[in-house]
Design a protein around this ligand. Structure first.
Ligand code: NAD
Ligand code: ZN
Length: 347
């Protein structure tokens, strides 16, 4: 089968031929119907050799949807032909966090060598993929696979990030979304679907700001040195109750800190390497809460798929064949993908 692999640190991903894996006990083999391409993969492929944490070569892709193609021994919870989405942040399955479905917070996964598909384990950018447990499958129940693939990360991660702030997103409140890419354009829709907040979107690209307006942002602003002052101007000097930063660079966390209101939330989702000083004298308004969430829980993925089924969120996608996946990564790197790039491994 064809697979898109990161093979050597510092080199572009390649499309290669590898054997179709066989499901072991408890495992499920999926025929991958759609796989999204996330900016995190670019971050991973930018890490230096001495800090690279995963075995290479590694099949990429942590946003996957497929149909069940074969069952390992003992698997009864799904049947061949079932259409499912893959819940990616795999945990140990035995601890209290995992029992709550919060495998993204499993404290044992790393120590046990359990790694998400595409981020250590073989991922979804292939014709077939192995899923280690039916715990990590969520039924599509009629949802379009091309739509569903981005929702497993680009939908789930903003949903999880926004949920922590729902009590602050009251009538008259403001939410700022910094970076309206794969995650950000779904964040705008989630904010509109779940809250009465006014949504202000910031980006460096006019095209992305146009998309932000189309998917529901009330205001769109260029992300530059004036952005925080403009957010304050639009909020009567108060600032935004919630700022979600989907870039996470030094410059954007500074905008987030300068835009947030007293008692507000700053949530840094992007892996841009910027850090925020929390504490008296750090520059944040009093009572601000800061967080850097990781992916989301399995029940939250079910929620996001339900929102999509209701037509309340939809991913803006551009599709690629598996041979075109390296080009999709190049285009994402160049800032030239609006919404999400989705690879269709079956052609
Ligand atoms: P993307 O490339 O699709 O979108 C990034 C957007 O940010 C683009 O629209 C780009 O124009 C914009 N941007 C770049 N610089 C900017 C600036 N200075 N100000 C405002 N906007 C700017 O990326 P994505 O796939 O949506 O991922 C977004 C970030 O979230 C990445 O850093 C990714 O690694 C991270 N991520 C984190 C998690 C998590 O669990 N915390 C999960 C998935 C992705
Ligand atoms: Zn991702």
């Amino acid at each position: 089968m064809k697979a898109v692999q990161y093979r050597r640190v510092g080199h572009a991903p390649e499309v290669v031929e590898v054997p179709v894996p066989e499901p072991g006990p408890g495992q499920v083999l999926l025929k991958v119907t759609a796989a999204g391409i996330c900016h995190s993969d670019l971050a991973v492929m930018g890490w230096p050799e001495e800090q690279f944490p995963y075995p290479l070569p590694m099949t990429l892709g942590h946003e996957g949807v497929g149909t069940v193609a074969a069952l390992g021994s003992g698997v009864t919870a799904v049947a061949e032909g079932d259409a499912v989405a893959v819940y990616g942040p795999w945990g140990c399955g035995r601890c209290p966090k995992c029992a709550e479905g919060k495998e993204n917070c499993c404290p044992h996964a790393a120590g046990l060598g359990i790694m998400p598909p595409g981020l250590g384990s073989p991922g979804a950018l292939a014709e077939y993929m192995l899923v280690d447990s039916t715990r990590h499958l969520v039924p599509l129940n009629g949802l379009d696979p091309v739509q569903a693939a981005p929702l497993t990360d680009a939908g789930l991660t903003p949903y999880h990030a926004i949920r922590r702030s729902l009590p602050k997103l009251l009538p008259g409140s403001t939410a700022v979304v910094i970076g309206v890419g794969g995650l950000g354009h779904i964040a705008v829709q989630l904010l509109r679907a779940l809250t009465p907040a006014r949504v202000i979107a910031l980006d460096v690209s006019a095209e992305k700001l146009e998309l932000a307006g189309k998917v529901g942002a009330h205001e769109t602003l260029r992300s530059d040195g004036e952005a925080a002052a403009r957010v304050r101007g639009l909020t009567g000097g108060i600032g935004a109750e919630v700022v979600l930063d989907f870039v996470g660079a030094e410059a954007t966390v500074a905008v987030a800190a300068a835009s947030v209101a007293v008692e507000g939330d700053v949530t840094v989702v992007g892996l841009g390497g910027g850090t925020l000083a929390v504490g008296f004298g750090g520059g944040l308004p009093f009572e601000v809460s800061a967080a850097f969430p990781y992916w989301g829980s399995r029940p939250e993925l079910m929620d996001v798929l339900a929102l999509a089924r209701e037509g309340l969120v939809s991913a803006h996608v551009e599709t690629f064949s598996i041979e075109e996946a390296p080009e999709a990564y190049e285009r994402l790197h160049a800032g030239d993908i609006a919404g999400r790039a989705v690879v269709l491994p079956q052609g």
